[in-house]
Structures are given as C-alpha cells and as structure tokens.
Ligand binder design. Structure first.
Ligand code: AHR
Length: 305
C-alpha cells in the first residue's frame, strides 16, 4: 500500500492495504491514552490498514520529523494531531508535493491554505470552554468567585480555544480569573502549578482546568494544603475520562465537559475515502456532552475510557 511517489496523487492502496502514518502528540493524559487506543484498535490489519505510529512527546520538532519520515517512506495517508497550532505549512507543503494526503485529528492547524489537509476530525474546543463557563456562571454568579485557570499546552488549539470559550461565557458575570498558567495537560504539572497558586493566593474559590489530569493534580495540591477539593475550592475540568469521572462521583470535581477521544472510527472512514479519491467533509465536529455529579454516577459504570 505504499505510494510510488513522483508527485501528483499518492499511489493509493494498490494492494488493498492502506499504509497510514500517524504522528501522535504524546502520552500526556488519560485522554491521550484513550485516543491512542482508539486509533490503534481501529486501524488494524483486519480493517485494511498498516498503521505506522509514533509518539512525539509533546514536541513539534519530533512531529515534523515523523511526518517527513512518513513522506520518505511513501505512505498512502498521513494523519496527525498537531501539538501546537502554528508552524506546519512547510512540512504540509512537502506532503502535498509528494502527493500524500493529510488528515488532522483532534487538534487544528492555523494554516491559511486549507488545501494542505483533506479533513479535520475533532471536537469544538471553544464550545467546550463555553459549556464550562456557562455552568460556572449558572452555579456561582453573584458570589464574587475568584478563579484560577490551569491552561493546556501553550500554543495548543485546546488551550487557546478552551480559554477563549470560558472567558466569553463568564464575561458580564462577577467571576474573576485571578491567575492563569500552563500545566501542559499533565497531572504532575497541574499539581505543581496549583501549589504555586495556593502559595500566592489565599482567596481561590474555583479551579478551571483545561483537562481532567491537571484537575486531578490540583486535587492533590489542595488536599496537601489541608483543604477539601470540591468544597473549599470548586473544580471544573474538560475531558471526562474515567479518573476524572470518578473524582466527580466522589465530589472532588464539581463539573466536567466531555471531550470525546474515540476518533479512530472516523479516521478510518475518512482515510479510506481519501485513498479512494472520494470527496470528504473538510470539518467533522465530534459532539461532546457535560456531566454533573448525578450524570457522572449514571455514566461511569459503562464508560469506555
Ligand atoms: O487535544 C485534546 C486534549 O489533549 C485533551 O483534552 C487533553 O487531555 C489532551 O492532552
């Protein structure tokens, strides 16, 4: 299934097998683990794929290197989840020149030239941030809440968009973001940054974490400081992975907006169509729900991830 190269369209799956090179962001969170599993479980030999997978450890240069290597190998399709939004045009132009189609999953690039990729499959992160902000306003407006924000990886689409959506939703309320820093989407950094916030501010009412893992790190920091997470300091997060949902059921997190990581099936379908030369939708929006404690209790027993 490897392309013969020479420009123009890729060689396609002439042996019936689609060789797909996937460059993953890293292994920073429970969400990412579920996303990787979905991709590896779906793009199987039985399903007609030869999956080449690489983990970029949250480094753009590693992703660019992986993509270049997929171009050199002449894969049929390249798919990746860009760690940050900017700086992709050069390598995407190389893929285009080699006739290898590119599919974006999970995170977007900010390229002006939309012909550099076939399709973008993923959630609406602005909407996720907005859902989080709307719930917070609905619950706590009028109480003068002081909010600290644990941002995702600097420059990543979900960090930029979840911040923007949340800020828009709380505008006009009396909620105030008093501090905001990146915790790089990891539990360890979420904990460290929260420790710093707790040392600096004695009036924190609520943590808005851009993912469950950073919220779980914040729980550890709050407990270590002798306070009760979910009560003394409220916590709102995004993802709804099992560990987050368990903390919500336990009352340590107050609300979670979902981000669905199960992108494998959509990726497989779009990749097959692209290789077959069929038209595909430029943007496939994955729908997300949100959970309060009651909803989490109901959903957790049958949660897939
Ligand atoms: O891009 C999706 C985000 O990346 C998830 O919300 C976060 O957990 C992951 O690291």
């Amino acid at each position: 299934g490897t392309a013969t190269g020479g420009g123009g369209q890729s060689g396609g799956a002439d042996d019936g097998v689609i060789t797909l090179g996937f460059s993953q962001v890293g292994a920073e969170s429970g969400w990412r683990a579920a996303n990787t599993k979905s991709i590896q479980d779906t793009l199987t030999a039985e399903n007609g794929f030869d999956l080449k997978f690489s983990d970029a450890q949250q480094k753009q240069e590693n992703q660019i290197q992986a993509i270049r290597s997929y171009i050199t190998q002449g894969v049929d399709v390249i798919a990746f989840s860009p760690v940050v939004e900017t700086g992709w045009d050069a390598v995407l132009e190389e893929a285009k020149a080699a006739g290898i189609p590119v599919i974006l999953t999970d995170r977007a690039v900010d390229s002006e030239d939309e012909s550099l990729y076939e399709s973008f499959i993923g959630s609406d992160f602005v909407k996720e941030g907005q859902m989080a902000g709307e719930w917070v306003v609905d619950q706590y407006d009028g109480e003068g809440y002081k909010v600290v924000e644990l941002q995702g990886t600097t420059g990543a689409a979900p960090a930029i968009d979840r911040k923007e959506g949340f800020e828009a939703a709380i505008e006009g309320s009396d909620l105030e973001i008093i501090d905001s820093q990146t915790g790089n989407f990891t539990r360890a950094e979420g904990k460290t940054v929260m420790e710093g916030f707790l040392n600096k501010h004695d009036d924190i009412d609520l943590v808005y974490a851009h993912n469950d893992d950073m919220g779980l790190g914040a729980i550890e920091a709050i407990e270590a400081a002798g306070m009760t997470p979910g009560e003394d300091i409220k916590i709102v997060t995004v993802d709804a992975v099992k560990d987050g949902m368990q903390a919500l059921v336990d009352g340590k997190i107050n609300y979670i907006v979902e981000c669905n990581p199960l992108l494998g099936p959509d990726l497989a379908e779009i990749a097959k169509k692209v290789v077959a030369g069929e038209e595909v939708e430029k943007r496939i929006v994955v729908e997300d729900q949100a959970f309060d404690q009651e909803a989490a209790k109901e959903a957790l027993p049958t949660r897939e991830y």
